[in-house]
Design a binder for this molecule. Structure first.
Ligand code: ADP
Ligand code: MG
Length: 383
């Protein structure tokens, strides 16, 4: 970055990765722990100054007509994908920075809406590219924060901080143990021996998902409000342990108790998973993934038959260490820890079984951990 600032730059390329979250389901918006990693699938940007004071053109391959933009007039669009980018530009301007005309080409190999966080990759990639091109001097944390705000304010998705954080802070061959309450983070080597990461996409999205996602958040926050009656200093489920939760059981509805119990247990599982990784105990790591899935299914109640089928299938195979559903629930993806020697045959067999059961094609994406946002001078190595 420093070398980039030292010279006048007219053109830059940015690689902005997606992310997976190994474990830590729904803990981020409860100020808890997560264990994500940036992955080797990304959105690539080419950005160049175009000499204009205020006109910009942004073209994303596969997304039809380019976005033509006057920097004097950055407003929400009726075209969904444009809002992620407009929100970032508006956020940069809101911080008091001025931009000039630029052209941007975007190309992605990230599957969209599959829980790999293409939206955060899109936001953080543009923010990082503009930061370098116009020498704005934004810190990584500012990039993350303004990107998240873009998604909240321009798109309307109340996402936690994990997605943007992982896309920017990812490190090859590592997971990020992240405390969402204060963004304190450490890197945990992703040493999983012969085991590799596989993401399977159910290719279904039950209509329930958005409303249920918000209602799970509400139930967690209501549980905290009840617990506060006895423990005023508790501000999130992150501050609650199992003893405290059972002592407050009478204050909570059954549903609130179940949601809270899942989050309290899940926070502990993330801590345990980081330890299991450090000691290369992949069997223990896999059991934690299965336990996480059971909690999401039975206590958090956001699974569905298609997700359960994939995780149950994984349990039957001795070369799969663990699996769980990921993301908002009621569809989307599962993550699997699969022995590399069996990856190809596993994908084939589970895809056939899934098709027989549900008549739907399964999406399969083996993924590896990668570095976070990378800036490149065009035709140069990474800066
Ligand atoms: P996820 O982040 O899990 O992939 P989201 O629903 O949060 O799913 O974000 C997906 C949305 O992000 C897409 O519907 C689209 O609007 C936008 N998006 C993702 N990738 C691109 C891209 N390459 N170009 C333009 N818009 C994109
Ligand atoms: Mg997203």
């Amino acid at each position: 970055m420093d070398s980039i600032m030292a010279q006048t730059l007219n053109e830059i390329a940015v690689d902005s990765p997606g992310r997976i979250n190994l474990i830590g389901g729904h803990t981020d918006y409860n100020n808890g722990y997560v264990l994500p990693a940036a992955i080797d699938r990304k959105i690539a940007f080419r950005l160049k100054k175009n000499g204009s004071a205020q006109m910009c053109h942004i073209q994303s391959k596969g997304y039809g007509t380019p976005l033509r933009l006057n920097l004097q007039k950055v407003e929400k669009s009726s075209v969904e994908w444009e809002n992620y980018l407009l929100g970032v530009i508006a956020g940069i301007q809101k911080l008091g920075h001025s931009l000039k005309g630029f052209d941007c080409e975007i190309e992605s190999d990230l599957p969209i809406g599959s829980g790999l966080s293409s939206s955060a990759a899109l936001e953080c990639g543009l923010a990082s590219g503009l930061n370098a091109l116009f020498e704005l001097g934004l810190s990584k944390l500012e990039i993350i924060t303004l990107s998240r705000r873009a998604e909240h304010e321009f798109v309307g998705t109340k996402c936690g901080i994990m997605d943007q954080f992982s896309s920017v802070y990812g490190k090859s061959d590592h997971f990020i143990f992240l405390d969402c309450s204060n963004l304190h983070h450490t890197y945990v080597p992703a040493s999983m021996g012969p085991y590799e990461l596989l993401l399977l996409n159910t290719n279904i999205s039950h209509q329930l998902s958005d409303g249920q996602y918000n209602s799970r958040q509400d139930e967690c926050f209501e549980a905290v409000a009840q617990i506060q009656k006895q423990h005023p200093r508790i501000t999130s489920l992150r501050d609650v342990d199992l003893d405290l939760l059972s002592s407050c059981k009478a204050l909570l509805t059954d549903i609130q108790y179940q949601r809270a119990l899942f989050i309290v247990q899940e926070n502990q599982r993330v801590v345990d998973a980081a330890e299991a990784l450090k000691s290369k105990d992949i069997e223990q790591l896999g059991s934690l993934l299965y336990a996480c899935h059971e909690g999401l299914r039975d206590l958090y109640d956001i699974s569905c038959p298609e997700l359960n089928f994939l995780v149950d299938y994984a349990k039957e195979q001795n070369y799969v260490a663990g699996a769980r559903m990921v993301g908002g629930g009621f569809g989307g993806c599962t993550i699997h820890l699969v022995h590399g020697d069996h990856m190809e045959s596993y994908i084939k067999e589970i895809s056939e079984a899934y098709k027989r059961e549900f008549g739907i094609d399964l999406g399969a994406f083996p993924v590896r951990t990668s570095n976070g946002t990378t800036l490149r001078k065009l035709s140069d190595a990474a800066l």
